[in-house]
Design a protein around this ligand. Structure first.
Ligand SMILES: [Zn+2]
Length: 543
């Protein structure tokens, strides 16, 4: 089974008010980096442009102020305000959110002005240090006019725009990817976010017009994958701020599809990872890693799927739309042919709503997977590299593979019961007598066969460590007493105590199904986060 929770409030509310002032500016100097007290700061993601405000085209200037704590002192800012000057005009804004900046961490504050070509900002941070001493720091940011104006040296302006982000001093191992940037134990703590939410909420973080949404980010170090174009940094940094206050819990990783129009222009998937780091000298204890990722192709020719259905005796009940069938074929298309013998004869049902709001369910007694409406959200939600629908179907297939040995034992048991009954009938017919006694030797043989079938049934184990338990009337599936020796549980233990998703915390069979799903759709992510589980799957289900 797999469940989705639709998250209503993905982002914590944030207000950053700015007074719009019409003005015309000529910069006296350019300053986009510096040091103030214990803080080193840098203005990044400089984005000057033109925008229509109240029917009038004006100059706009967006940027992000990144402040880095350098002395190992925790700071808490409770009041941030700014004043903007340019061309004899003045404006300002106030930011009242509480911002924590632990030792060696960063604070990312998005700013924007209307009506200035090259604004001079004074950003004042007021709060306390860890000994409760008041702190007030004023940061002067003199933004360069872009495109370059005569009189400003190309060198200085360029250097300030594309210079290395402040994160270069942050301490953690530098690298482009999750595997390169994080240690095994750091990755072992990560969970893949399995919440479902509408990703259309992300576009405003990239906007420069009135739809623009901003979110600050504090108490972390931000690392960008070098493959991400600089033009996207402002939006992604912004988005990270929103995510960290919502779905992206500490020690989790989330992949989102992005379709952002010009000027940012992106169409692809981005992975955000928010992680608590192992202690490192002079480094922030938390990091946000922003990477590009590959996504699973959902295109598979329908005929390939149909042929696969015919070859393996799969059944598709009515109710699947063409799009949904394509998703199903896409999942099956990712499963190597030689694994499929274990799930032959599987029925794929489609139903509207599960009483427990599940997205899908596998029943081993009927060997049926039922997918519900929640598995087919109207919006594109990701789980690792794949669409959430594909992940949910792969999850249910995981249960089917997990239960293979149990199902096989049950089938043999049914066969032996049938043989037993048949044997008795056969004897009756052969003897052609009234209520007859079966020959003791024949009865003994049948009874021995029946007991062997029961023993085999009780000896069978699912891959995640469950077994059949015989009650007077039926067999139930229970935790096996010897589950400690179970291969999957053992390797999961080697990878630490944190299940791969929140949902995987539910039970060992759900943990197995979640890992199976990742193994099918994003093996690279599984290998990076849980290397021992990955190795187990690679051995159990070789490609
Ligand atoms: Zn499940």
């Amino acid at each position: 089974m797999v469940r989705f929770s639709i998250e209503q409030s993905l982002f914590a509310a944030l207000s950053l008010a700015l007074i719009v002032v019409a003005g015309c500016a000529r910069p006296l100097y350019v300053q986009t980096a510096g040091t103030v007290g214990p803080l080193r700061w840098e203005a990044v993601d400089l984005e000057p442009g033109r925008r229509t405000v109240d029917g009038k085209e004006v100059d706009v200037y967006d940027f992000t102020l990144v402040v880095h704590e350098t002395r190992g002192v925790r700071m808490t800012f409770t009041n941030v305000w700014s004043t903007v000057y340019g061309g004899g005009w003045m404006g300002g804004g106030q930011h009242s959110e509480k911002l924590e900046v632990p030792p060696f961490c960063e604070l990312h504050l998005p700013f924007s002005s209307n009506g200035f070509k090259a604004p001079l900002w004074y950003v004042t941070l007021r709060g306390n240090d860890e000994e409760d001493r008041p702190v007030e720091l004023k940061i002067p940011v003199a933004l360069p006019p872009l495109p370059l104006q005569p009189g400003i040296s190309a060198e200085s302006a360029k250097g300030s725009v594309s210079g290395p982000a402040i994160t270069e001093h942050a301490g953690p191992a530098q690298g482009a990817s999750l595997s390169q940037s994080l240690t095994v134990s750091e990755r072992g703590r990560l969970q893949v976010v399995d919440d479902a939410f509408n990703p259309s909420v992300f576009s405003p973080f990239f906007a420069s017009d009135e739809t623009r949404k901003v979110a600050s980010l504090s108490g972390v170090t931000v690392i960008f994958d070098p493959a991400i174009p600089a033009a996207l940094h402002r939006g992604l940094r912004n988005m990270a701020g929103g995510l960290v206050s919502g779905s992206l819990r500490l020690n989790s990783t989330l992949t989102v599809p992005l379709e952002v129009a010009e000027p940012a222009a992106i169409s692809g998937t981005i992975r955000f990872t928010y992680v608590a780091l192992d202690p490192r000298p002079q480094a922030c204890a938390r990091m946000v890693l922003i990477e590009t990722t590959n996504s699973v192709s959902e295109a598979l020719q329908s005929w390939t799927g149909v042929a696969m259905f015919q070859q393996h005796g799969f059944h598709l009940t009515p109710g699947w739309t063409e799009r949904e069938q394509r998703a199903l074929y896409a999942v099956l298309g990712r499963i190597p042919e030689h694994w499929l013998s274990q799930i032959e004869g599987l029925t794929f049902k489609r139903d509207s709503i599960h009483p427990g709001n599940l997205a899908g369910e596998y029943r081993s007694d009927t060997h049926t997977i039922t997918m519900y409406d929640t598995a087919f959200p109207a919006f594109d939600v990701r789980f690792g590299a794949a669409n959430r629908t594909i992940a949910a179907i792969a999850h249910e297939l995981g249960h089917a593979f997990d239960a293979f040995a149990l199902r096989q034992a049950a089938e043999r048991y049914q066969t032996s019961l049938a043989k037993f009954a048949q044997g008795l009938d056969g004897y009756k017919q052969a003897s052609n007598s009234k209520p007859s006694r079966i020959a003791p030797a024949a009865e003994k043989l049948l009874e021995t066969q029946r007991i062997t079938a029961i023993r085999n049934m009780e000896a069978a184990r699912s891959l995640s460590g469950y077994r059949w338990y015989r009650t007077p009337v039926k067999f139930d599936v229970v935790e096996a007493e010897d589950a400690g020796a179970n291969g999957f549980r053992r390797v999961a233990g080697l990878d630490g105590s944190i299940p791969i998703t929140k949902y995987a915390e539910k039970s060992w069979s759900e943990y197995f199904a979640e890992c199976f799903s990742l193994y099918v759709i994003d093996a690279e992510l599984l290998e990076s986060l849980r290397p021992n589980i990955y190795a187990y799957f690679a051995k159990q289900f070789p490609r």
